[in-house]
Design a protein around this ligand. Structure first.
Ligand code: R5P
Length: 314
């Protein structure tokens, strides 16, 4: 099977990112419409010939996650039925990832079900960034290239010129990521010790590690409601940090998250564009693009070159 032409295709989740990836690769986006029938069902039509092509479908499963997920599944199905050579699902933000295990009775493992659906729809590979838990890669029985946004975000932190930096993980799950940033910045690590006291009560009052008098950089995989990050900023401030900066890969920003973050006392906030942000960001916010990172990975996948060799680990 020849796969001598890269095709980049997108649904409605993040056309701006798909366009930037196309520009970085020097190609135009595949002509397609992804609309709605009067009853709300999704209507897909691709106008370009895909026979034998190496198709990359750029579609974060960001809110509204169910719409964007079904668009992705239907785009995969359309490509398969149009005899595309290979389809790679480029999912910069993988939604439903936080439900990755059965931690109580009678709940689904959503991240696994979604992986099954993507494989069943015809994806031959997945390209993604900063999965909530790295082991979600194993939910797919196809190759998964898992990139890290660290090279994109670390520039911001380095530009701050912190004198005595400490990287703070907002919970235990973020420790590995915090360590990776700390190694690159020659910083120490601290962890906000988030303890669940009961079903609806969380105790945020402790920090493992020393932040007093230091320049704290709190790093997380995602910000959704902003609740976790706002609490992390508060506790780090209360423990005497000299400055507090915040970084996250996925700016999911639901509800009034932007407003909360703008008033949480952080000196600066940096996110990436794995997810589109549909409101103007206040002055202290910065967004860095992952388009070049994804374009390099797409190029490497197309040429059957190593992807892991290209990128730093987190
Ligand atoms: C939790 O494990 C995640 O890494 C994030 O800290 C969390 O999902 C962020 O959610 P929110 O912004 O709603 O607190």
């Amino acid at each position: 099977m020849t796969r001598d032409r890269i095709v980049v295709l997108t649904g409605n989740a993040h056309p701006a990112l798909a366009r930037s990836i196309g520009e970085a690769l020097g190609i135009e986006l595949c002509k397609a419409t992804v609309g709605r029938f009067p009853d709300g069902e999704i209507d897909v039509k691709i106008y370009d010939d895909l026979r034998g092509c190496d198709v990359f479908i750029v579609q974060p499963t960001s809110p509204p996650v169910n719409d964007h997920l079904v668009e992705l599944l239907l785009l995969l199905d359309t490509c398969r039925r149009a005899s595309a050579g290979r389809m790679t699902a480029v999912i910069p933000y993988y939604g439903y990832a936080r439900k990755d295990r059965k931690d109580e009775g009678r709940v689904p493992i959503s991240a696994k079900l979604i992986a099954n659906m993507i494989c069943t729809a015809g994806a031959a590979r997945v390209l993604t960034i900063d999965l909530h838990a790295a082991q979600i890669q194993g939910f797919f029985d196809i190759p998964v290239d898992h990139l890290y946004a660290k090279p994109v975000l670390i520039d911001y932190f380095q530009s701050l010129g912190p004198r005595d930096p400490v990287i703070v993980a907002p919970d235990m799950g973020g420790l590995k990521r915090a360590r990776a940033y700390a190694e690159s910045l020659g910083a120490q690590v601290a962890i906000v010790d988030k303890r669940r006291i009961s079903a609806d009560k969380v105790d945020w009052e402790h920090i493992i590690g020393d932040v007093e008098g230091k320049d704290a950089l709190i790093i997380d995989d995602m910000i959704a409601t902003g609740g976790s990050m706002v609490q992390a900023v508060r506790i780090v401030r209360e423990h005497g940090a000299r400055s507090v900066y915040v970084g996250a890969t996925h700016a999911v920003f639901c509800g009034d998250a932007v407003h909360k973050l703008a008033h949480c006392g952080a000196d600066g906030i940096v996110v990436t564009d794995t997810v589109p942000v549909h409101e103007p960001l206040p002055e202290r916010f910065q967004s860095r693009s992952v388009a070049a990172l994804l374009a390099r990975a797409i190029s490497a996948i197309h040429r059957s070159e190593s992807v892991s060799a290209l990128f730093e680990k987190a």
